[in-house]
Ligand binder design. Structure first.
Ligand SMILES: NC(=O)c1ccc[n+]([C@@H]2O[C@H](COP(=O)([O-])OP(=O)(O)OC[C@H]3O[C@@H](n4cnc5c(N)ncnc54)[C@H](OP(=O)(O)O)[C@@H]3O)[C@@H](O)[C@H]2O)c1
Length: 401
């Protein structure tokens, strides 16, 4: 018996519910809980078997505790927002439930992406005999496991890592984000940090640009270096890394809109007074933008997300590129969602499967690359995100800033 509770009924929550529902032998019972229960019920209606839905405010520990005591899941899959990570971890500790998420905790009033808040729970989870798996989405998530898999099977020591996230999809809107707009914009507008020679180097947001040609005719895209949370855990867990960078593709159109919105103050996270009411500009903007969970039918094109690792094998320098390509319309046909939610929700389901089946149960708080990558990589091929490894003769991202 493995009853799981999914918290968050947005774009990613919908995919996790679909993918868990496809595996009744693994996930025998599913509870989908979120702030707005009608969204849980709408997802439940699309599924091939019945699930339980519930209303919960995941900022409220006593409410979470009451729901967990009532439903008694073995695992919570947290796909609400990063602001809720700590309250959900607190409730899991209080009731004795394992925990998984896809994004690290962020305080609402500071766009700071750091693991220390969640790593601080390690001893408490260990003493309680509970496992917390951090970052089981695509990036972070699959990208960490890709790195661990290459390090395990293709290298004796890894030295350079470039994580490259290309979304070649088009939703036809002038401006929309593929996952929660508030979280997306906070991430993209944050200053860039990359790992170099034992420390993080800070540069201006979006100040370094390169061109990257994806394999299998996905196309050539402008990619921008930015900070992403997996750089923190991967540089810690792979201390031989001399450099680690994260790159993401953006269209000129997306960046122009973001620049204008930033210039007029719409991406601000500080509350302002408006006619006697306190509003946070980025939250108002998020309300105005299309809901990412509605982009599925209109998004066409492919994503190509992978890692390029340079290192040493048997005394020789080697370069390997491990990637997945996902087609937005294929994802939509399978689970009614675009590929960004799909590529996040499938690894969340796989991480959960590895936990409930016992492969990835180890009391404490762990980043995903700290577990054996092999069962995850095998499951990616089976559950909709097949991957390939290619050896490269050379690799360099030329500056196109
Ligand atoms: N690692 C990766 O690759 C990756 C990629 C994309 C996204 N993510 C992460 O995945 C998570 C979900 O993203 P998404 O695009 O699905 O976002 P979304 O569409 O905005 O969905 C978030 C859901 O969480 C619910 N929620 C928010 N606050 C809540 C609260 N206090 N209590 C209960 N439920 C609450 C929302 O409820 P309402 O419907 O009432 O607003 C909504 O249903 C985010 O943490 C995001 O950072 C990770």
């Amino acid at each position: 018996m493995s009853k799981v509770m999914i918290i968050g009924a947005g774009g990613v929550g919908g995919v996790v519910a679909h993918k868990c529902a496809q595996l009744p032998d693994v996930f025998t019972e599913i509870v989908l809980a979120s702030r707005t229960e009608s969204k849980c019920k709408a997802i439940a209606k699309q599924l091939p078997r019945p699930i339980t839905t519930a209303q919960v405010d995941a900022d409220n520990v006593p409410e979470l505790v009451a729901l967990l005591r009532k439903e008694k899941p073995v695992l919570v899959i947290n796909v609400a927002l990063p602001y809720q990570d700590l309250t959900i971890m607190d409730a899991c500790l209080e009731v004795g439930v394992n925990y998984l998420d896809t994004a690290n905790y962020e305080p609402l009033d500071t766009a700071k992406f750091e693991y220390h808040w969640q790593w601080a729970y390690h001893e408490r989870f260990k003493e309680a005999g509970l496992t917390a798996l951090l970052g089981s989405g695509f990036d972070p998530g699959a990208t960490n496991v890709f790195t661990a898999y290459l390090a395990k099977h293709y290298f004796d020591e890894i030295h350079e890592l470039d994580i490259i996230d290309v979304n070649g999809g088009d939703h036809g809107y002038a401006f929309a984000t593929n996952f929660n707009p508030e979280i997306n914009i906070r991430e993209v507008t944050a200053e860039c940090r990359h790992w170099e020679n034992g420390g993080f180097v800070t540069t201006d947001a979006m100040s370094k640009k390169a061109r990257f040609t994806c394999p299998e005719e996905v196309g050539t895209y402008s990619i921008y270096r930015m900070y992403h949370e997996e750089l923190e855990s991967l540089s810690k867990h792979y201390p031989t890394l001399k450099r680690a960078q994260f790159w993401m593709s953006f269209s000129e159109n997306y960046l122009k809109h973001l620049e204008v919105l930033g210039n007029v103050g719409m991406t601000g996270i500080e509350p302002i007074d408006f006619n006697g009411q306190e509003i946070v500009p980025i939250q108002l903007l998020a309300r105005l933008l299309p809901d990412p969970s509605t982009l599925g039918p209109r998004t066409k094109g492919k994503t190509c997300i992978g890692v390029v690792v340079k290192g040493i094998k048997d005394g020789k320098e080697k370069i390997h590129y491990l990637y997945n390509i996902a087609d937005h319309q294929d994802c939509y046909k399978e689970v009614g969602s675009q590929a960004i939610s799909y590529t996040t929700g499938v690894p969340a389901m796989i991480g959960a499967m590895n936990m409930v089946q016992g492969d990835w149960i180890r009391p404490g708080v762990w980043n995903i690359e700290q577990f054996d990558p092999d069962p995850f990589m095998a499951a990616m091929n089976v559950h909709g995100l097949p991957w390939k490894v290619v050896e490269l003769d050379q690799f360099s991202l030329t500056d196109a800033s």
